[in-house]
Design a protein around this ligand. Structure first.
Ligand SMILES: [Fe+2]
Length: 251
């Protein structure tokens, strides 16, 4: 049983101009996202999951229309996870509702070819101070879905969210770049308990790949301006039975 899918991350319309004051607008991201969509359609994956930060300015409603229009050119299904630029660094319930109206569910799960795909809202795991209970809702949702996948004998469980769990060390300190330890520990325990195949994240605008016990933690570079060594790109994941491989494709 083989299939393939694409992870995109951080199209973040307007990010380039925010870091280059001599420019304005979203031309940089439009060019890269168009190329990402063109490459993806040539690969013809089963679906695409984008791990957050769709736009730099969450209040720019015309950017919502542009994102929706461009993604509708994909020849396959596509799913989004919310990022901090979409919801803010300390989201409120209104931010979550606005996101859901624009882009659909902020967390969801689906099965494909005997694998389970779980998309989380990591923004409320990063800061839940204004959305009390939303953090534990995400953890309960994850645990419930993983229990289901065990019952269903899923070959793979893949998790997608915006924020990486950690950069190099599971004990590293809290910060803007990674999920806080209190939430990180809960998720790491579940990864181990349910033998999750991989967690795909973004947010760093750079590639970073490491392992936690039996789980690969894969942070992928952005569609917008890269802050890492690799240029902007997308990630192709190919699953063949109980094995999977992945490669970063530069735009
Ligand atoms: Fe981000």
């Amino acid at each position: 049983m083989s299939y393939k899918f694409i992870q995109m991350s951080d199209p973040q319309l307007g990010f380039y101009a925010s870091r280059h004051p001599e420019t304005e607008g979203i031309d940089f991201e439009i060019k890269n996202l168009s190329k990402a969509i063109e490459i993806t359609n040539k690969i013809s994956p089963d679906f695409v999951i984008t791990t957050g930060d769709l736009m730099q300015d969450r209040l720019a409603s015309n950017h919502v229309d542009i994102i929706k229009k461009m993604y509708s050119d994909l020849n396959c299904k596509y799913y989004f996870a919310p990022g901090n630029a979409d919801l803010t660094n300390n989201p409120e319930f209104d931010d979550i509702e606005r996101y859901k109206k624009r882009f659909g569910l902020d967390h969801q799960s689906f099965y494909h070819m005997n694998s389970q795909f779980i998309i989380l809202n990591s923004c409320v795991l990063q800061d839940w101070s204004k959305v009390s209970g939303e953090d534990s809702k995400q953890i309960k949702f994850l645990e419930y879905q993983l229990q289901n996948s065990k019952k269903n004998k899923s070959l793979h469980k893949f998790i997608f969210m915006h924020h990486p769990l950690f950069g190099t060390n599971p004990e590293e300190e809290d910060g803007h770049m990674v999920l806080p330890k209190v939430q990180r520990k809960l998720i790491l325990n579940l990864l181990d308990l349910y033998k999750v195949s991989a967690v795909f994240t973004g947010h760093w605008h750079a590639n970073n790949i490491l392992n936690y016990k039996n789980t690969q933690l894969i942070t992928s570079g952005p569609i917008t301006f890269s802050l890492g060594e690799d240029p902007p790109g997308i990630r192709l994941i190919e699953v063949d039975g109980d094995k999977f491989t992945h490669e970063y494709i530069e735009l």
